[in-house]
Design a protein around this ligand. Structure first.
Ligand SMILES: [Zn+2]
Length: 410
């Protein structure tokens, strides 16, 4: 994680009158008061119970809702300073992770003086030859190389490791063992290794709902998919829709067993639903794609209902979202799939912080935590779309400049 600029330690801000969603999943509290001193949350509770310190800058946020800063678990950017600020920070995303791009893509951002989100990196994703994205991959041919790649990525600042879909199960296991020794998670994009095998090997995060496909498809279909995609990596784009169009979600023991495993191992599910969204009659979506997407949504709903740890990843851009709105679209699809808005908000905050290994200091609005906050107009537990009505964003106790309707400008 990068160093984020800090405000003067004696600065004190009190936000009063807003609805509070603290990220812990309970019902929102009305007429709250949040006191921020320096970069920390000094006090939080009902306005009537909190003493506002003398000299505090008081912000009246009546009619608004205060939430913890959002965590985007899947955001890619190359050499850009502008995108992470415009697409993420200005949309309330105070922390993001790039799951598997080389560190060099972030040098410009991390050396910039601009106020940027908290950036979490994995380094180049671990893949096997022929690597799918040769310029982005760390190519692994043995367990020893996997171990070495984990060590060097961590030394360079990785706070998670991403395994990519040509990496065989054996090397996924070696990667997970090496990462566990360093206490960092391994997250996976899968096509050729079944998700249950990868989870048993130690993978703790799964990127993309499609990564679960081969584990729940019929054996025949799964084998066919794997033989086609191992011949030609690009075939995954067409074939994962073909596979998902034929997957049976209900009354399928493979689905039940996989979901049990996901819940038992507390695997973080980062479904990136928005990139797979296909709507009937739009953007040349085929019948197969539309059916496949419905099944992805149904599988996701089952994961949620079973108590899986859901997190929100935008994948930067999505077919039915304008630039900067992919995270919102992902949250909307989660609600559409059957998730309660309050649970989507927990996924976007507390669960994200846990996935990033920073749940002790970020992800909820509690005394002593770092002050990353989002203030929106309205109440997102009524309509999730309210998370797009950003009034203000605070990162590390500092207001993010350049936002419209800024309460900090009062
Ligand atoms: Zn990605």
């Amino acid at each position: 994680m990068n160093l984020v600029a800090s405000p003067p330690t004696d600065s004190t801000i009190a936000i009063i009158g807003a609805k509070l969603i603290d990220g812990r999943g309970g019902p929102p509290a009305n007429d709250a008061c949040i006191v921020i001193r320096g970069d920390r949350i000094a006090d939080v509770g009902k306005r009537t119970e909190i003493t506002i310190p003398d000299g505090a800058t008081v912000i009246d946020a009546a009619g608004k809702t205060v939430l913890p800063g959002f965590f985007d678990t899947h955001f890619h950017s190359r050499h850009s300073v502008e995108q992470p600020i415009k697409y993420e920070l200005h949309h309330g995303i105070t922390s993001f992770r790039d799951p598997g791009h080389p560190f060099k893509y972030y040098e410009t951002l991390l050396s910039s003086n601009a106020l940027i989100p908290r950036v979490f990196l994995c380094g180049g994703h671990l893949d096997a030859p022929p690597a799918v994205w040769p310029d982005q991959a760390e190519v692994i041919t043995s367990n020893a190389e996997a171990k070495q790649a984990v060590a060097s990525h961590v030394a360079n600042g990785a706070s998670a490791i991403k395994v990519y879909f040509r990496l065989p199960l054996e090397q996924i296991r070696a990667t997970c063992n090496a990462a566990q020794q360093r206490n960092i998670p391994v997250t996976a994009h899968l096509e050729l290794v079944d998700a249950d095998d990868a989870i048993k090997a130690g993978v703790i995060g799964v990127e993309h709902i499609t990564s679960f496909g081969t584990a729940i498809a019929s054996d025949d279909l799964s084998e066919r998919f794997k033989s086609i995609v191992s011949e030609d990596s690009a075939a995954r784009r067409e074939w994962r829709f073909r596979l998902w169009a034929q997957v049976q979600i209900e009354n399928n023991p493979k689905v039940d067993d996989l979901i049990d495993l996901i819940v038992k191992r507390e695997v973080f599910v980062s479904p990136t639903l928005a990139i797979f969204e296909r709507r009937q009659g739009e953007k040349d979506a085929t019948e197969t794609e539309v059916t496949a997407f419905k099944n992805m949504m149904a599988f996701f709903k089952r994961c949620y209902q079973a108590g899986a740890k859901v997190v929100v990843g935008s994948h930067t851009a999505a077919p039915y979202a304008s630039r900067g709105k992919a995270f919102l679209r992902e949250a909307e699809l989660m609600v559409q799939a059957g998730m309660e808005p309050i649970d989507v908000l927990t996924a976007a905050t507390k669960n994200g912080a846990e996935f990033f290994g920073v749940g002790d200091r970020l992800g909820t609005i509690e005394t002593g935590k770092l002050a990353d906050l989002v203030i929106v107009d309205g109440d997102p537990t009524g309509a999730i779309k309210a998370i797009d009505r950003i009034a203000d964003v605070m990162i590390n106790g500092q207001w993010v400049p350049g936002l419209p309707n800024s309460v900090s400008q009062q």
